[in-house]
Design a protein around this ligand. Sequence first.
Ligand code: THG
Length: 263
Amino acid sequence: VLIGERLNPTGKPWLAEALRRGDFAVLIKEAHRQVAAGADALDVNVGVPGLEEPQVLRAAVEALSAAVEVPLCLDSANPASLAAALSAYQGKALVNSVNGEERSLATILPLVKEYGAAVIGLTMDEGGIPAEAEGRVAIARRIAERAENMGLPREDIVIDCLAMTVGTDARAAQVTLEALRRISSELGLNTVLGGSNVSFGLPGRPSLNAAFLSLAIACGLTCAIADPTQPEVRRAILAADLLAGRDEFAQRYIAYWRAQKTL
Ligand code: THG
């Protein structure tokens, strides 16, 4: 599942400005671009300093769900924003996110349950982001246990092992991938990563993102928050899915290349 990352004002001053003006046409245009490029779902992040996030996220979700068919992933750490958006949304949302902190588990999971949503669980807690895979696997276990105890179906729990830039820590991707491999094989849970995080501050970002996502798919990744409008990224995902045995008869791979008219 490719979750389009581009409805996010981080690094896009033109989008922050549109959100400040309440101009959702810009958001809708970007949504259409991503769906046309192959997004299966759209991450919606409206975090702009000084804006009332609950109202803006709710209005964005209303505008987007009238414009596109794909499900929305509500990207906010603020329970009030998530509640406002969930109450306005007709479809099945993916809540982005809960984490291992008691305060987060206690406020976010009941919302997820109430609205029949799915949820991304970040492998961090009161102690921050564990430096080693072991600690991230332990947090994933805890989040899954809490979510299941609340009656959430196991397939609606999507664990994020937290991708971070390899520009400042050469081991960062390896730790994330090791945690991912273990959570896929030992816990059998769905998983997600912010694929573009690995390349912050580095040149040639699409090729690095594409390589990272290919490795992650080999480790069992089932979802990615990424930019479908980057051809390298989209093609790497299609190719790695096929090589990982997740694209029967190469149907999706062939359909993509046929549409490119370059077969
Ligand atoms: N896990 C989860 N959610 C997440 C992340 C994650 N949400 C946010 C982020 N990480 C994933 N989304 C993005 C969106 C944009 C970028 C990176 C990750 C990005 N943007 C360019 C920049 O800031 O330089 C601008 C792009 C442009 O101008 O077109 O890199 O890890 N659960």
